[in-house]
Design a protein around this ligand. Structure first.
Ligand code: SAM
Length: 259
């Protein structure tokens, strides 16, 4: 085991997502069912934004695409317009229900739903896949198996979207110091597997209504007043109308390998 696989495992084990699942005995679906504001948050944070446009330029029109951990369809729905078939895989039924509702409202009919984790998905059920994508959905302690399976089923290319840049200090304030990993950890793991992925970075500056910040940090021991004070003291609070907003900067990495 390399230091990168250890770093990844520590990060996953200490992630707030895994902690919440473990501490409450929840499955993925229970977590996402209790987070109905996910799409409302996405509408403020300029995600997936430019990364989506970049992936759209890199795939061949009319391809078969598999979105692993598709969530509510941030990538799957717009990309389905360029693909012959889009498979949206996710272990959370409620996330997939939201995705299906949105796709139906947009008249998109080429999305197949697969309610499974990636680890449990049977490759023979997928048919021929040209491209795979995992955007913020790699929660496996053993990243290699997850990544190798992606590469093995992808005839033309694999895409990974993951955090770049610093962890927001608000996270550390909310949850305390924790092991973290960014895209470079995944890049090193891929290199150790003999896989060469290109990397492109994308920055997003945005504001988020304070009430949604409280939702994001709803499992923190900090009170809404604590979070508000932290943001205010750092000049990150705008008393906007009709509601207060907090300032954020996020950076995402797009890692991709095209055959
Ligand atoms: C942060 S959301 C990202 C959703 C979407 N990819 C996006 O970028 O908006 C993470 C998603 O990964 C899913 N997920 C969690 N564990 C997974 C696994 N082992 N295999 C596939 N998807 C998983 C979750 O259910 C959730 O919908």
């Amino acid at each position: 085991m390399s230091k990168w696989t250890d770093e990844w495992r520590n990060f996953i084990n200490e992630s707030s997502y895994k902690h919440v699942l473990k501490d409450r005995g929840w499955n993925d679906d229970q977590f996402w069912e209790g987070y109905p504001v996910y799409d409302e948050i996405l509408s403020h944070i300029k995600y997936p934004g430019e990364i989506l446009e970049r992936i759209a330029t890199l795939i061949a029109p009319g391809c078969n695409f598999l979105d692993i951990g598709a969530g509510t369809g941030a990538f799957a729905i717009p990309l389905a317009r360029r693909t012959r078939k889009m498979i949206a895989l996710d272990p959370s039924r409620s996330q997939l229900n939201r995705l299906q509702g949105k796709a139906a409202a947009e008249g998109i009919e080429n999305i197949e739903i697969l309610n499974s984790s990636w680890e449990d998905a049977a490759c023979e059920d997928l048919g021929e896949i040209d491209y795979t994508l995992s955007a913020y959905s790699l929660f496996a302690e053993e990243a290699e198996g997850f990544l190798q399976k992606m590469v093995d089923v992808s005839r033309k290319g694999a895409f990974i979207v993951f955090r770049a840049g610093q962890v927001d200090p608000l996270s550390e304030f909310a949850y305390g110091p924790k092991a973290s990993a960014d895209y470079r950890c995944l890049q090193h793991i891929l290199e150790d597997m003999g896989l060469d992925f290109e990397v492109e970075l994308f920055a997003r500056d945005y504001t988020l209504p304070l009430r949604l910040v409280f939702q994001q940090y709803r499992f923190s021991d900090r009170t809404p007043d604590d979070l508000t004070k932290f943001l205010k003291d750092r000049g990150r609070l705008i008393m906007g109308m009709p509601e207060p907003l907090a300032l954020f900067r996020s950076e995402d990495a797009l890692l991709y390998h095209l055959s």
